[in-house]
Design a protein around this ligand. Sequence first.
Ligand code: F6R
Length: 240
Amino acid sequence: MELAKAKDYDEMSMKAAEVVFDKITGSDRLVLGLATGSTPEKMYEYLADKLNKSNVDLSHVYTVNLDEYVGLSPEDTQSYHYYMREIFFDKVNIPLENTKLPDGAAADLDAETSAYDAMIEDLGGVDLQVLGIGRNAHIAFNEPGTSFESGTHVVDLTETTIQDNARFFEKTEDVPTKAVSMGLGTIMNAKSILLLASGEGKKQALRNMIHGEITEDVPASILQRHPDVTVITDIEDIEL
Ligand code: F6R
């Protein structure tokens, strides 16, 4: 595991954008795993800016997102489909057909989850997976207790995650209680991983992830077993 410290959220975002930019411009074909949430927002802003300033053609880039809420259609403004278009896809010249997210509105969610894993496999697997981390150390929506071997699956969100995500909704009751999420097994198959963590609220989760016991109670602790993980954080007092 490698650790890069940043002095604040802005610097963390810029460093992360540089890592992803270098990967995009240094590859003939790239499968990029993407995360949503507050943490990567500014990274997308910097990345879009850098790509546009350098006129980078993105037709060789395929993206697969980590998760989507169950019950929200891609047009729903609270959906992760919408977030990704607003924050990144519509700002760069990536062909929309190269961008994949789980369909949380699928009638048959079991079929959707296995199709999502098959699609990732058909693409040849994820080259670089961007991750955030939840206060309970979830990655994607793999809540504590999720099997380390899990593939894409339907998740019951925990109360902590629902409360944390309520800030994006008008009322807490509006936060979906289920999501489709890549599994921990799916994430571990990525060739390299870039995890971003910002703010004191994530300190304990990050410490447990780096130094704690590798246990399904701390989903992100599985990353200790991954051969190529880079963490970029603005949190003080985090060491390897
Ligand atoms: C988002 C995702 C989640 C978030 C995590 C942190 O696609 O998979 O694991 O990365 O919940 O969210 P923020 O960044 O909003 O603190």
